[in-house]
Every structure is written in structure tokens, then in C-alpha cells.
Design a binder for this molecule. Structure first.
Ligand code: PLP
Length: 396
């Protein structure tokens, strides 16, 4: 099928939930994608922070091939080794408690919300509340959606799950005021991704931790976009002054295969009991084998150092380009704030035409999430393409 046929058939057979760019990708390797016409693109979005060790990394492909040829599914009624090994690896590299696997980020957050509510009920809270930051994004299933204030406003999808509220990003005082005895959890992104790359300040992070401790609530960090090496440490919280009680991961964990995880520290490790939660596919042998291969590659001091160095080089290159107002983020999670009047969506489309993939999470921001394995030459190429594109917009 050629692109125009794909577009016609998509219009006919697929629900209209996505606005896609007019390109069909057929192959990927490292930071490069090829379209159906054989044209090459430098991928500085990595499937929205998913293909972090690059497209089709040979270790991940091999792990999937090997496991798919042996056993793909047995159900959660039985033991399978890759899942247990992955849980041990994830717990050991983070909070030290127990793990629940899911098939996506939103489901990892559903698990965290269940843990928080049950944990609060144990303290005798009848109507537990969950506090997030305005413009946080936690997913699209109803629990995570209720914690995603911008989307939860949509009355056409209502009624929403009760007990969720939001305070302005980094307003430490508002956060302290919002958390009381009835609070089950503070659920926040350490760096807001979908909103346009806005980091939580150390002050606000500490306020969240202290307020949770005082109220007996859980601090849940959604590291679905910012975790797994993206900011230059395995987990984003490592570069903050706090340690959460629960963290959620997904996206880069499977490098393109669907897997999420809700990881607890000791406090929350035993809240869920048999019958409280479950999922048919979650933590299956193939996705777990893939995630183990990914963790092996990402949880490596040399790779994490490279993320910090390439991130600094990317920042240095973008700083001072015509049309760039500010740079936000950490490591290889960068938001490029554009000068007023430059439409980020138009720049994104222009860059796609020039062979560079980025996206525009808000009208004045370009988001860059390249594979963590990106090299110096690719960073230089991206900077030069962004410079050329912005120059043409800044002078229009
Ligand atoms: N949380 C964050 C921070 C995200 O960025 C996303 C997806 O963009 C999600 C949750 C939802 O993940 P998924 O799309 O896998 O359900």
C-alpha cells in the first residue's frame, strides 16, 4: 500500500484518535528511521521516549527472538523466569520493594493509584484524595486520566473518578496546603513531559516529600517519560533531594515492546494482595526478556555519562540559535522554548521535511528526546538542521 492508500484506509477503518504526520516508516536502526521511499530520518523523538537504546538494538532483538521461539505466554497463574528476574533487577536498581508489571504507562499508574487508595483506607481514610500538579500527564485510562487535570476537564468523557486535585507546578505552599490527613498520595512527574518539559524544583519536591510524610501519604513519581536513563541517571529522582515511595515506569523499559512497571519501596510493597489487581499479558516472557536486555544496556555508568555529555552538547549547540528563547530539561530530555511568533508545530513539520524528527507538545515548544545512544555527529546534525529551520522562521 502506498501512503495515500494508507491514509484513505486509516480514515475508513481506524478511530480518529490521532493526527499523524504524512510519512510511513518501514525500518529503523539506532537513531535512524527510513520511510517507505527509502528516505532517511534522524530520530530525535525515539517514539516519544520509547526507543532509548535505539531502534532495533541487536541485544534487544536477540532477546526477543530467543524468548519468542521458546515461550511467549503462560499466564500469571504460573511462574516464568524473565518476569521474576526483571522484577529483581528493577527493584534492586530503585526502591527495593515489590513490582507489579503492566502493559503500558497508564496502567502502571492505575496500579499506583490502587496502592495509594488502599494504603489510605488502612489508615482509616474514607475518601482518599490524590494531589498532582496542573499540566501533569499520567495517562488516559480513567484513574490516570483523573490525575491529568487538562484532560480530566473534558465533560464529554465524564463523570471523572472523584478525589483528584491539582495545584500549580512548583507552588510548594499550595502543595503543602493541599495535602492533609485524607491525602492518599502526591502523584507527580519529576519532569513534565507532555506539558513541554518543565522540571519540578528541588523546593517543591522536598515540600511534596515532607507533606506526604506528615500526612502518612505516599509520594508517587511518574517516571514513565523521564526515567530509564533519559535524564542522565537511571531514575530522574536520583537527581532530586527525595526518594519516592512508589515509582512508575513504561515507555523506554521495553524499547518498543509494551511493558510498564509500578515499583514500590518497603512502605508500599505489601499493600496489594491476591485478587486486588492483575492483568493477562503483563510481565509476559517476551516483553520481560526485552526489558531485561534494555536495563542491562541503560543501567550502565558509561551510557549514563554519555547521556549527560551528549545532553550538554545538545544544549550548548542550541543555545544562542536564532529563534530559541530558552532551554529546559535534563540530560537528553530537552524542551526548546521558541521566541514568540514562531509556531513549533510548523517548525516540526519543516524539520520532518529536512529529515529530523522532533515534536511540538505545546505551540511554542519543540521537544527533543533522542535515543540515549545518540553520537556526537548526530547531535551536531540535529543542531544544524534546527538552526537552519529556525533561521527560516525567525526571518519570515
Ligand atoms: N505518564 C507519563 C509521564 C507519560 O509521558 C505517559 C505517556 O506519554 C503516560 C504516563 C502514559 O503512558 P502510556 O501511553 O504508555 O499509557
Amino acid at each position: 500500500m502506498i501512503l495515500s492508500e494508507l491514509q484513505e484506509n486509516e480514515e475508513r477503518y481506524l478511530m480518529r484518535t490521532y493526527r499523524r504526520a504524512p510519512v510511513e516508516f518501514v525500518r529503523g536502526e539506532g537513531a535512524i528511521l527510513w520511510d517507505a521511499e527509502g528516505r532517511e530520518y534522524l530520530d530525535f523523538l525515539a517514539g516519544i521516549s520509547v526507543c532509548s537504546v535505539g531502534h532495533c538494538h541487536p541485544d534487544v532483538v536477540e532477546a526477543v527472538r530467543e524468548q519468542a521461539g521458546r515461550l511467549m505466554h503462560a499466564s500469571n497463574l504460573f511462574y516464568t523466569e524473565p518476569m521474576v528476574r526483571l522484577a529483581e533487577r528493577l527493584s534492586g536498581s530503585s526502591l527495593g520493594g515489590r513490582v507489579f508489571f503492566s502493559n503500558s504507562g497508564t496502567e502502571a499508574n492505575e496500579c499506583a493509584i490502587k496502592i495509594a487508595r488502599k494504603h489510605a483506607h488502612r489508615r482509616g481514610v474514607a475518601e482518599p484524595r490524590i494531589v498532582s500538579f496542573e499540566r501533569d500527564f499520567h495517562g488516559r485510562t480513567y484513574g490516570a486520566l483523573a490525575a491529568t487535570p487538562k484532560l480530566a476537564e473534558d465533560e464529554a468523557l465524564g463523570p471523572m473518578l472523584p478525589g483528584f486535585e491539582a495545584v500549580p507546578l512548583n507552588d510548594a505552599e499550595a502543595l503543602r496546603d493541599a495535602v492533609d490527613e485524607s491525602t492518599a498520595a502526591v502523584l507527580i512527574e519529576p519532569i513534565q513531559g507532555e506539558a513541554g518539559i518543565y522540571a519540578v524544583t528541588d523546593e517543591a519536591m522536598l515540600a511534596a516529600r515532607e507533606a506526604c510524610d506528615a500526612a502518612g501519604a505516599l509520594l508517587i513519581l511518574d517516571e514513565i517519560q523521564a526515567g530509564m536513563g533519559r535524564t542522565g541517571s537511571l531514575w530522574a529522582y536520583e537527581q532530586t533531594p527525595v526518594r519516592p515511595d512508589v515509582l512508575t515506569s513504561a515507555k523506554a523499559l521495553g524499547d518498543g515492546l509494551p511493558i510498564g512497571a509500578c515499583v514500590t519501596g518497603p512502605e508500599a510493597a505489601s499493600v496489594l494482595e491476591p485478587g486486588d489487581h492483575g492483568s493477562t499479558f503483563a510481565g509476559g516472557p517476551v516483553v520481560s526478556a526485552a526489558a531485561l536486555a534494555v536495563l542491562e544496556l541503560v543501567d550502565d555508568p558509561a551510557l549514563l555519562r554519555s547521556v549527560r555529555e551528549r545532553g550538554a552538547a545538545l544544549r550548548a549547540g542550541l543555545e544562542g540559535l536564532a529563534g530559541v528563547r530558552e532551554l529546559r530539561g535534563r540530560g537528553l530530555m530537552l524542551g526548546v522554548g521558541l521566541e514568540e511568533g514562531i509556531d513549533a508545530a510548523a517548525v516540526t513539520a519543516d524539520l520532518l521535511g529536512r529529515g529530523l524528527i522532533v515534536n511540538a507538545p505545546e505551540p511554542e515548544t519543540l521537544r527533543l528526546l533522542p535515543p540515549l545512544t545518540v553520537d556526537d555527529a548526530q547531535v551536531e546534525r540535529a543542531v544544524s538542521l534546527i538552526g537552519e529551520s529556525l533561521l527560516s522562521y525567525a526571518t519570515r
